[in-house]
Design a protein around this ligand. Structure first.
Ligand code: ASP
Length: 313
């Protein structure tokens, strides 16, 4: 049997002090759910889906229930999943009332001929496959959104028509995407990522999360990566695939993750990003240049759940 590993993240956004304990508990719970799946002989793909579902159900994180709102107060969630064994991938964008966008991404991968479906037909597919519906807006998220919206109206918060202008001010925003990467006992790797996007994002804006190679990538010949932070940065650097290429060329997951963040620092003005990775041998990797990154991991070497709000802790 090969080394089994799961690593999860709860986003690179700033974590308010009152959410710290909840975030830590949430990432641990997700890592444990994913690792249970691996222990029972489940695939890496099953494990990352399970882990991300737990995070989507946790209102502490900006994915599924508790997703953040667009500038006009709507929910537009994005998610993706990728199987490193086959390179099959599925992604959804701009869905608004699905409890588990990651499961819908898996349905796109397994039940359609496509990789990525956005908008209303993605909702139709959710209906066809009887996926659970929910209203993801929570009181806490609404409060944060109103706070930022008020600042935007007063001019103390930059509400600008161009996303590039918004990006400059993004460190002020709450953005807690979730993700998981795993390697199973058969040596297969997988990655899944899910988000409500960036607070006050423009309607129709799609970030890195559902873009294969940007927010998410998995390849048994390299490893798996899930990214979080400013989506536009991850898109420009194709960061998940780039880090997988570093692993393919021989770097262990930790070194590859660090090298990915180096690129962000050097080529993207140090805008906040975080990445988790697992290489094809099951070594975990975590790196970020954001103030915090909630994360948790378990490997079959010692079966301990370790977690933190920054890395190294
Ligand atoms: N990467 C996500 C996006 O840009 C946000 C996040 O990771 O918090 O949509």
């Amino acid at each position: 049997m090969q080394k089994a590993t799961i690593v999860v993240h709860g986003g690179a956004g700033r974590i308010r002090p009152e959410f710290r304990e909840k975030a830590l508990k949430g990432v641990k719970r997700a890592a444990e759910a994913g690792f249970d799946t691996l222990k029972r002989g489940g695939s890496a793909l099953d494990a990352v889906e399970e882990a991300v579902k737990v995070l989507e159900d946790d209102p502490t994180f900006n994915a599924g229930i508790g997703s953040t709102l667009t500038v006009n107060g709507k929910i537009e969630m994005d998610a993706s999943i990728m199987d490193g064994k086959t390179l099959n991938a599925g992604a959804v964008a701009m869905v608004s009332n699905i409890r588990h966008p990651v499961t819908l991404a898996r349905i796109i991968m397994e039940k359609t001929d496509h990789v990525f479906i956005a908008g209303s037909f993605a909702e139709t597919i959710a209906e066809l496959f009887n996926l659970e519906r929910c209203n993801p807006i929570t009181e806490d998220r609404l409060k944060i959104w109103k706070e930022y919206k008020t600042k935007a109206i007063e001019g103390t918060y930059p509400y600008l028509p161009k996303l590039t202008d918004l990006i400059k001010l993004l460190p002020e925003l709450i953005a807690d995407t979730v993700g998981a990467v795993a390697r199973d006992q058969d040596g297969n790797v997988a990655a899944a990522t899910s988000t409500g996007g960036l607070t006050l994002k423009l309607p129709g804006r799609i970030g890195d999360t559902p873009l294969i190679g940007c927010g998410n990538y998995a390849d048994n010949d390299a490893g798996a990566v899930s990214a979080t932070g400013i989506g536009e940065v991850a898109i420009r650097l194709v960061i998940a695939k780039t880090i997988c290429d570093f692993m393919k060329n021989g770097l262990i997951a930790q070194k590859a993750a660090e090298k990915g963040i180096e690129l962000v620092i050097q080529k993207q003005n140090n805008l906040p990003m975080g990445v988790i990775a697992v290489d094809k041998y099951g070594n975990p990797g975590i790196a970020h240049n954001s103030e915090s990154l909630s994360w948790a991991m378990i490997t079959s070497d010692n079966l301990k759940t370790i977690a933190g709000l920054k890395y190294p802790p």
